[in-house]
Design a protein. Structure first.
Length: 115
C-alpha cells in the first residue's frame, strides 16, 4: 500500500517507485507517485544547501528511470512513462539547484541523465 501524497517522504517515494519498476503497479499508483515526484521537484528550490553533493541521489534516480523504461518496454503501460518523466523532472531540478549553489563542485556529467 502506498503512503498518501501528504505524508510520503523522499525515501518512501524511491522505495515505492522501485517496487513499481520491479513488480509493476497500477496506473493509479504510477500517477500518485508521479504527482509526489513533481511535488518534490517543486520544493527543491527551498533547500538551503546542496541536495545531492555526492551525486548518489541522481544516480539512484537514473537507475530507477532505467528500471521503469524496462518495465514499460515489457508492459507498454503509459503511466510508467508518466512516472519516468516525473523522475526526469525531479533529477533536473536537483541537478540545476546544486549547480546554481556551487557551479565548481558540480561534475561534468552532473544531471546529464536528466537533460
Amino acid at each position: 500500500m502506498l503512503a498518501t501524497e501528504a505524508d510520503m517522504r523522499p525515501l518512501e517515494l524511491l522505495r515505492a517507485i522501485s517496487s513499481v519498476a520491479q513488480t509493476g503497479g497500477t496506473p493509479a499508483q504510477c500517477e500518485t507517485l508521479a504527482r509526489e515526484a513533481a511535488r518534490l521537484a517543486d520544493m527543491v528550490g527551498w533547500a538551503n544547501g546542496p541536495i545531492d553533493a555526492g551525486g548518489r541521489l541522481l544516480e539512484r534516480l537514473a537507475a530507477l528511470q532505467d528500471d521503469l523504461g524496462l518495465r514499460h518496454a515489457q508492459t507498454r503501460e503509459p503511466s510508467l512513462r508518466l512516472l519516468h518523466d516525473a523522475l526526469s523532472e525531479l533529477g533536473r531540478a536537483i541537478a540545476r539547484h546544486d549547480e546554481q549553489l556551487d557551479p565548481d563542485a558540480a561534475g561534468e556529467d552532473e544531471g546529464e541523465d536528466f537533460a
